[in-house]
Design a protein around this ligand. Structure first.
Ligand SMILES: [Zn+2]
Ligand SMILES: [Zn+2]
Length: 241
């Protein structure tokens, strides 16, 4: 419970920096005005600038005739939001599912009920996200294509035996975006016939990935809007002896 509380306090402190002042939800497609560095959801600020020329927060003039000219997609901010708000993606997904189910019948109440009943009741105020204006959707489905590439022709000594990092027979795989890095590592042990005591590191875009990370998170943080397959590298962990 202590851990839970420290998380809450922490979220309260960071919320002002990761919440969109236009919709009161966490940033989705975080977009920053280059003139004043204020950030909003893309859909929120694009819509807002259709009828205004100024930043909603500081009133700096953003444009004369081209609303999108000083807007930039803020991937760093979006990465931070996804890292800090673990339930964000799942809730967006739920909202999207509801949206498709009730297409033509835009009833935000329905969405709200779906969230407040969710198991995440103690978490950050996710219901605010669910009530975002309709129209946002993720551009990928429940499956993701991966390419699992060996990092190098690494060789290690492990309990007196010598192991060389091999290529997978099939390096392209298609799997659920809910798969965790721990699963990927277990698969590598099995397919490459490596003892589990000799551990792997898996990385994406030169960032080592923690066991509990899902492919979904990795996609959102490192591969968002890029073509799949998403490229992951594996290698033996340093210091395996
Ligand atoms: Zn917004
Ligand atoms: Zn501003």
């Amino acid at each position: 419970m202590d851990e839970d509380q420290s998380l809450k306090i922490c979220m309260r402190d960071v919320n002002p920096h990761i919440v969109c002042s236009l919709c009161a939800g966490y940033f989705i497609d975080a977009t920053t005005i280059t003139e004043c560095l204020h950030t909003y959801c893309k859909s929120c600020i694009v819509k807002y600038l259709q009828s205004s020329k100024c930043c909603p927060q500081c009133s700096v003039k953003v444009h004369e005739t081209q609303p999108l000219f000083h807007l930039r997609a803020d991937r760093t901010m979006q990465d931070i939001v996804f890292k800090l708000v673990p339930g964000l993606f799942e809730n967006e997904e739920k909202r999207r599912a509801e949206f498709y189910k009730s297409r033509g019948d835009l009833n935000p109440k329905k969405d709200k009920e779906a969230t407040t009943q969710g198991e995440n009741a103690s978490g950050p105020r996710l219901s605010s996200i669910i009530n975002k204006p309709q129209g946002y959707k993720y551009r990928y489905d429940e499956q993701i294509c991966l390419c699992l590439e060996r990092f190098s022709t690494q060789t290690v000594q492990h309990y007196g035996k010598r192991f060389q990092l091999q290529n997978l027979e099939k390096k392209f795989i298609r799997c659920s975006i809910r798969v965790l890095i721990a699963h990927i590592k277990a698969m590598l042990h099995k397919k490459l016939n490596i003892p589990t005591t000799l551990e792997f590191d898996v990385s994406c875009e030169e960032e080592d990935l923690a066991d509990e990370m899902s492919l979904k998170q990795i996609y959102l943080m490192n591969w968002y809007e890029k073509e799949t397959p998403m490229l992951l590298y594996y290698r033996f962990q340093e210091g395996n002896t």
